[in-house]
Design a protein around this ligand. Structure first.
Ligand SMILES: *Cc1c(COP(=O)(O)O)cnc(C)c1O
Length: 393
């Protein structure tokens, strides 16, 4: 596939999403496991459009969807994701609108006794009102991150109480989930501890009378490197959009960020570039101005390190990234105002990748992708490359 941004001559900054890349990544991930794939599309599909990533992943091997908030799950249903596709939402406050979630067929991650109590109360009220289907929940065990999930000390209680609620037909525990905090480093001892903790947690759940159909522990990195952790389901998000946290596998970047040069100028030696004295030109220099800054998600911390691609030539950014604009040194001598600059892309034509930008900014690719501002227009390229404008502005 040619650099997708170059297919679109645009007078405005664009985020071009390649669904073909997402399809290819999904197929690759599906081929690495015997378990099912849940496509995790939280944070608007890691900035790529949740509903488009969801549809593409479901058409290429994923069988369910995962998000954090109920609101995100409801948005997928509202966008037309069929009630037959399971959607799991696993991060909600105790007083979330459980009833609304259940009536829209959203499965719920339950991380604590408080959540379980609130959920069963909502389920009881729903049943009184005539709701016939038994809601499905996944109990969440903290497997070593001290983050979401039930602390191991409360797990047995949570399982017992969930089983009691099951006996009362208020819910079905269809899953037990954990999460690996160190899976990007497969040899880290924390992974084995988490696997052991998860296995024990499943045993405790079974001893309490639960029969979860879906045990799930692995996200992208473990889906690619740790088959022991796959159980019945892998929850993959980063991998769909081309990020492999384990750096073991070549995946395809699905986002290309581009913008036109709005000005081109020559400055003499000794010129300040941007705010402050961050850069003083050592010699006469040709500069190009990009209408993109940290308000658009260009990390200011990448000032002085990052590069962009201008007409196929890597050019460094100079001075501090401003709120709305960034200056680049035009090493491509023939660049003119209006020429489209690729900030990052899949790397096919030598342009920087998201992983490079993450390194320049001292962060991870996930953060670069999810913080891109709404001021950049997003264009979703369907798998067959037909361009249509995504109306998310
Ligand atoms: C975000 C998230 C995932 C997906 O992780 P990736 O590394 O992006 O594949 C899976 N499980 C949980 C609990 C998450 O929060």
């Amino acid at each position: 596939m040619a650099d997708v941004a170059t297919q679109i001559r645009s007078a405005v900054p664009l985020r071009v999403v390649s669904l073909a890349a997402i399809a290819a990544n999904t197929r690759l991930l599906a081929g690495r496991t015997h378990s099912r794939l849940m496509a995790v599309v939280k944070a608007d599909g890691y900035g790529h459009s949740a509903v488009n990533v969801a549809r593409t992943a479901l058409a290429n091997g994923a069988t369910s969807l995962g998000v954090t908030s109920i609101e995100e799950a409801l948005q997928l249903r509202a966008a037309g994701v069929s009630g037959r596709t399971p959607i799991l939402s696993w991060l909600n406050p105790v007083d979330a609108d459980w009833a609304r979630a259940v009536t829209h067929g959203i499965d719920i991650g339950v991380p604590s006794l408080e959540h379980l109590d609130a959920f069963t109360q909502a389920a009881r009220r729903l049943r009184t009102r005539g709701h016939a289907l038994v809601p499905q929940v996944h109990l969440q065990l903290d497997t070593g991150m001290s983050r979401d999930g039930c602390p191991p000390g409360e797990w047995a209680d949570l399982c017992r109480r969930a089983h009691a609620a099951e006996q009362s037909r208020l819910l079905t525990v269809s899953g037990v989930m954990g999460h690996l905090g160190c899976s990007s480093a497969p040899s880290d001892a924390a992974n084995e501890q988490a696997r052991v903790g998860f296995r024990r947690g499943v045993e405790v759940a079974r001893a309490a009378g639960l029969r979860p159909r879906l045990r799930h522990l692995a996200a992208t990195a473990a889906a690619l490197t740790d088959p022991v952790s796959h159980y019945e389901l892998c929850r993959v998000g980063a991998g769909l959009v081309g990020i492999d946290p384990s750096e073991s596998t070549v995946l395809r970047g699905a986002m290309t960020l581009s913008a036109p040069l709005v000005q081109v100028r020559e400055v003499p030696a000794g010129s300040l570039v941007g705010y402050g004295r961050g850069h003083v030109t050592p010699q006469p220099t040709r500069l190009g101005l990009l209408p993109l800054g940290y308000a658009d998600g260009i990390p200011r911390s990448a000032s002085g390190h990052a590069e962009v691609s201008v007409l196929g030539t890597r050019c460094p950014i100079l001075g501090a990234v401003s709120m709305d604009q960034t200056v680049v040194r035009l090493d491509a001598a023939n660049a003119r105002p209006g020429d489209v600059v690729t900030v990052f892309g899949p790397g096919d034509d030598g342009e920087p990748t998201v992983a490079e930008w993450a390194a320049w900014a001292g962060t991870i690719p996930h953060e670069i992708l999810t913080r891109l501002g709404r001021r950049t227009r997003r264009v979703v390229l369907p798998e067959e490359f037909e361009v249509h404008r995504d109306d998310d502005r």
